[in-house]
Design a protein around this ligand. Structure first.
Ligand code: NAG
Ligand code: NAG
Length: 410
């Protein structure tokens, strides 16, 4: 949802800061996830309020983990139009096809939870998410802006990133402690492969453990990147939830010539005051729990150009790297999840898009067709985008019918 609203600003920022990308050594691949997680920082006993200490909530057979997928809705533009990426139609169809892609790649049906900000309660978006099989939890921002101690954040958080302080409702994912693994997604994400090894690794990890991809397109070469908000995998923990909120309430951001969160250099960038900056600050600087930065071409692939525009230098936290993986070249079968940001939304019906985007848009449309075949019967044709795009552009998009929507969660 956030990315719909912010895509235009996101793209303009990218145009300005099209600089470098990727040091492959920075990534870890899945097979090494378990050992490296174990060898990473262990959970310190910081918060005196946490009742239970950091007991390992392990499951004897990780294949039987309880997995929950979450999305969040901070506002709703209720007019059913495709004029904007954040339209109601995009939101509904995005959430249905995302959910179907998850079901397709899950051994047992997971939980689907949508956090709805109180200001979006009972809007058409809320009602359609509920009908589409997302269990909706109406929540308020987890803190009062007036309680924030440091001036810069208190004055600016409400207009930071796409959704301001409301973005923090994403963090309620940490409170879902009856799940072994929670996967926080955006609505413009598509799952392409089962996440088995990632889920198994997290499920046997200490509470609070996280895995996410970094968004190197948002910062200049050599600067610490934020977490990309479209794919964050966590082991839930009330303690970590409280500590994250505590950071927003008490930690300076970009004050007194100290860049980013408490001078860590994490921030400023788009959304740095909330989730995208808070998560890397917590895991890399406060060291509250183990973290694994995932390969951003395998997970949450956004088809980004790894290099500074017209340059040779790669983006990423290390300056002067010249060799890096190009996510535009990653084969579809090697991608676990994709996030439609730079590639635009599938429902924008880009008939002449970049080939590396078109193959992923087609995957989205195939998933949609499979979902409709599952509901309505009939044969899968694999007609892809053109079957659902009467012409190019958003006006050409044919939305998921009310018939299908009414039957999807039966
Ligand atoms: C979990 O599933 C994987 C893949 O299906 C299998 O190889 C593995 O043996 C299973 N583990 C357990 C503990 O059942
Ligand atoms: C900020 O960093 C300083 C120096 O590393 C540290 O002493 C202080 O506790 C930090 N403040 C917060 C609120 O984390």
């Amino acid at each position: 949802m956030r990315t719909y609203v912010t895509l235009i600003i996101f793209l303009s920022i990218l145009l300005v800061i099209f600089t470098n990308y990727t040091s492959i050594t920075y990534y870890s691949s899945l097979p090494s996830l378990n050992p490296s997680l174990n060898s990473l920082q262990t959970v310190p006993q910081i918060n005196t309020e946490s009742k239970k200490s950091s007991t390992l909530l392990t499951v004897s057979n990780p294949n039987l983990s309880t997995v929950t997928y979450t999305i969040s809705l901070t506002s709703c533009s209720s007019s059913p139009t495709l004029k904007h990426d954040s339209s109601l139609i995009g939101l509904i169809d995005g959430s249905l096809i995302l959910r179907h892609s998850i079901l397709t790649h899950s051994p047992t049906p997971p939980n689907f939870i949508a956090f709805i900000h109180t200001t979006a309660k009972d809007t058409p978006c809320h009602l359609e998410l509920e009908r589409g099989g997302w269990e909706c939890k109406v929540v308020d921002t987890p803190l009062k802006v007036s309680d924030i101690k440091t001036d810069n954040i208190r004055r600016n958080i409400e207009k930071n990133g796409c959704c301001g302080d409301k973005e923090l409702i994403k963090l309620y994912a940490y409170t879902l402690t009856t799940s072994d693994v929670v996967i926080m997604l955006d609505l413009d994400v598509l799952l392409l492969r089962p996440l088995t090894s990632l889920i198994n690794s997290i499920s046997i990890s200490p509470e609070g453990t996280a895995s996410y991809t970094e968004d190197w397109g948002m910062v200049n070469p050599g600067k610490k990147p934020g977490a990309q908000g479209g794919f964050i995998v966590i082991k839930p923990s009330l303690r970590v939830f409280n500590e994250l909120i505590d950071i927003v309430l008490n930690t300076p951001f970009n004050e007194k010539n100290l860049p980013g969160w408490n001078g860590s250099g994490i921030g400023p960038f788009w959304g740095a005051m909330t989730v995208q900056g808070l998560i890397p600050y917590y895991y890399q600087e406060v060291k509250g729990a183990a973290v694994e930065v995932l390969n951003r071409c395998m997970y949450n692939n956004m088809r980004d150009n790894p290099k500074v525009k017209n340059g040779e230098e790669c983006r990423g936290p290390v300056k002067g790297v010249m060799e890096c993986e190009d996510c535009r070249e990653k084969k579809v079968e090697d991608i676990y999840s994709t996030h439609f940001t730079l590639c635009q939304k599938p429902w924008g019906c880009q008939l002449n898009g970049k080939p590396w985007c078109t193959v992923l848009h087609d995957e989205w449309f195939y998933t949609r067709e499979k979902m409709e075949v599952a509901v309505l019967g009939g044969d899968f044709t694999g007609k892809g985008m053109r079957g659902y795009c009467k012409k190019g552009g958003k006006e050409g998009y044919e939305r998921v019918s009310d018939d299908v929507r009414s039957m999807i969660n039966k």
